[in-house]
Design a protein around this ligand. Structure first.
Ligand SMILES: Nc1ncnc2c1ncn2[C@@H]1O[C@H](COP(=O)(O)OP(=O)(O)OP(=O)(O)O)[C@@H](O)[C@H]1O
Length: 257
């Protein structure tokens, strides 16, 4: 059985005067350790789907199973990383990183030690006692990664985590997150508007269409690209070829919106 299965997912948003079908009949599965990107035109339901996968939003139709269970953000199987780092400004970086462990009553000498070692591994040694406002945007996102990883989730849901960063920081952080997730054998689902980011980080790309939001096509990234870091991938011919193919599909979807 796959690590994650989504079967016939549908979702409607209701208001007094209208109904929006954000997702219709979406089915897919993800294997353990896979990196999947969700892309598609604005309004095709990517964020809605991520909320459903996290368990924060119950779908109107269909079922999701993660590691054999319905999704539940409370059970530590799932970690969430967002565009904004949502670090508590009044807490130090160390306190921010340990907060998930504390809330889950898992904070002990061992978990603290490994969380602090992780900070060192991702280049944040020496800032443990500083506050978020003293760090750059890229450093704050690293701290957010450390906080997410501290509770050792099996699945990471990444909602445009690099989109607020300058280009160079973004490329560096893509490489870092990619290497960390591979080293720790995590499964990941990334929502992004950046096609280059999707191709360079993913094993597969799920392309969604809008009105109603639905799964349009699935692209498998060639093996030769998957053995390299996102930065290296961006200079390969196979990357450019896949970029052109998906770009044309995206243009068609934008035109038919
Ligand atoms: N809380 C809500 N209430 C009503 N409609 C909503 C709500 N959230 C999203 N929608 C609608 O559902 C559809 C899908 O929205 P969603 O944000 O999931 O798409 P998206 O692909 O993530 O968009 P974007 O790329 O612009 O972030 C859109 O038509 C949106 O307007």
């Amino acid at each position: 059985m796959s690590f994650l299965t989504a079967e016939n997912i549908g979702h409607h948003y209701f208001s007094l005067s209208s109904v929006t079908t954000a997702l219709k009949d979406v089915s897919f599965s993800i294997e353990e350790g896979e990196f999947i990107s969700l892309i598609g035109p604005s309004g095709c339901g990517k964020t809605t789907l991520l909320s459903i996968l996290s368990g924060l939003l119950a779908p109107s139709d269909g079922t999701v199973k993660i590691d054999g269970q319905p999704p539940d953000l409370q059970n530590n199987v799932i970690g969430y990383m967002l565009q904004q780092d949502y670090l508590f400004p009044w807490k130090t970086i160390e306190e921010n990183v340990l907060i998930g462990l504390k809330l889950n009553r898992q904070l002990n000498d061992d978990t603290k030690e490994s969380a602090l070692q992780f900070l060192q591994k991702i280049g944040l040694k020496g800032v443990e006692k500083q506050f978020p406002r003293q760090l750059s945007g890229g450093m704050r996102q690293r701290a957010a990664l450390a906080r997410t990883m501290a509770v050792n989730p099996k699945l990471l849901l990444l909602d445009e985590p690099f989109s607020a960063l300058d280009y160079q920081t973004k490329l560096n952080l893509e490489d870092l997150v990619f290497e960390i997730l591979k080293a720790y054998k995590k499964t990941a689902v990334l929502v992004t508007h950046d096609l280059g980011e999707a191709i360079s980080m993913s094993d597969r790309i799920l392309l969604f269409a809008a009105n109603p939001g639905r799964l349009h096509k699935v692209f498998t990234v060639p093996d030769e690209l998957r053995r390299q870091t996102p930065f290296e991938v961006r200079s390969k011919d196979a990357y450019s070829e896949l970029f052109s193919i998906i770009w044309r599909e995206l243009e068609t979807l934008e035109e038919s919106k």
